[in-house]
Design a protein around this ligand. Structure first.
Ligand SMILES: [Zn+2]
Length: 395
């Protein structure tokens, strides 16, 4: 399976400068992609093709030809993703923002890695002359075959290395289906066909968010008191970036732990297939609500803070490694609808109760309904009864 590792590295001052320059040039390539796409569209009314884009960017930039191509691919990917989202009714914009910097990527022929941790990144021609490769050193190489190296900036220049870890996807004879509800109070609530159900609390993640927002607000307040761009302002701005990147790391760690716990549970109770709520719908709903009521904004902020996409991505690769599959399904109405009678109601407390006598924990209620909606095609009572809930939290 392809995995990714981020690592810092050592390099000479001159190399560091050249690496920064690479990302600046990659930004230029990106901007060129935007221009070419616009020109093509104005002239022909059509979208630029992959080959036209590659032709239009070839041989102009002093970075490795595959590094140039990688930017083109990212542009095309962003464009096609926007098209897909727009088709599904979302207000996504096509890529239009010009960039000063863009991550540079080296693929198969663009780099060499030596066992002692030396990494050699190839460059392109400058004024007709091939430039010397960039030499840098990393402490620990990933165990496996390296596929791609990307130069990223996270408070400092770092390498993101994609590699094949050589591990085969595990086979299993699991057969249970499960539905998972991702939310604010419980990061994960899930129900499986054999009656097993689990709730993994999001307390840790919420506290990271809370602390981050508090610190950011404080810095913002201080910044508003000094002149923009002044020495003190810059100091606060640096602190702000630090808070952001630190909390991002903590968040990522917490999400990894949470999703790991869920996957372990899936193995334990032999789940084969996981249904994941289509969250685009959720976010759309909240923004619509926001227009109606200002009070809703806090909820909305919490939800948008939420890295649903990350949870899905982590689950996908962790589950697939274990030979299970995960798919997105429509989860509309699953929180409001009563499974026993046709009533719909808003849930304001932790417990969902209906005048017909049905009652359930809000998040389990959502997950159960989502299970029914996905696997029975309608929201109704489950064909199985739920066993006692397993509660988990991350340390
Ligand atoms: Zn009811």
């Amino acid at each position: 399976m392809i995995r990714c590792m981020k690592t810092s590295f050592r390099a000479s001052k001159e190399t560091i400068d050249r690496l920064f320059e690479c990302n600046r040039v990659s930004g230029e390539v990106w901007n060129r992609c935007l221009e070419l796409a616009k020109e093509t569209h104005l002239k022909t009314g059509k979208w630029i093709t992959k080959s036209a884009l590659q032709k239009g960017t070839k041989g102009i930039f002093p970075i490795h030809s595959q590094s140039v191509q990688a930017v083109c691919h990212k542009y095309l990917f962003a464009r096609d993703a926007a098209r897909k989202a727009r088709k599904a009714g979302h207000p996504n914009k096509y890529p239009y923002k010009r960039k000063n910097h863009f991550n540079t990527k080296w693929a198969n022929n663009g780099f060499k890695v030596f066992e002692n941790g030396k990494v050699q990144l190839s460059m392109g021609k400058l004024e007709g002359k091939l430039q010397a490769p960039l030499i840098l050193w990393i402490k620990e190489l990933p165990k496996g075959q390296i596929k791609e190296i990307e130069l990223i900036f996270n408070r400092q220049l770092m390498l993101a290395i994609a590699y094949e870890d050589g591990q085969k996807v595990k086979e299993n004879t699991f057969a249970n289906r499960s539905a998972i509800d991702v939310g604010e109070i419980h990061t994960i609530a899930a129900v499986a066909e054999n009656g097993e159900n689990i709730m993994i609390t999001g307390r840790k993640i919420r506290s990271i968010h809370r602390l981050r927002n508090k610190k950011l607000a404080e810095l913002q307040r201080k910044m508003s008191k000094c002149t923009k761009g002044s020495k003190q302002w810059k100091r606060y701005n640096r602190a702000k970036r630090y808070v952001l990147s630190k909390s991002d790391k903590q968040l990522q760690d917490a999400l990894h732990k949470t999703t790991k716990q869920f996957v372990d549970w899936c193995i334990e109770i032999e789940v084969k297939e996981v249904a994941f709520g289509d969250v685009d719908g959720v976010q759309r709903n909240t923004s619509r609500r926001k227009k109606k009521k200002v009070r809703r904004r806090t909820t909305n902020q919490k939800l948008s803070n939420w890295s649903f996409g990350k949870v899905y991505a982590y689950l996908t690769y962790k589950l697939e490694a274990e030979g299970m599959k995960i798919d997105k399904h429509d989860e509309s109405d699953t929180t409001r609808q009563c499974p026993c009678c046709p009533k719909k109601r808003k849930v304001s407390s932790r417990i969902y109760t209906c005048p017909c006598g049905y009652t359930n924990h809000r998040d389990l209620h959502g997950a159960s309904n989502f299970f029914a909606k996905t696997f029975y095609d309608e929201i109704r009572e489950l064909d199985f009864s739920l066993k006692p809930t397993k509660y988990l939290r991350i340390a």
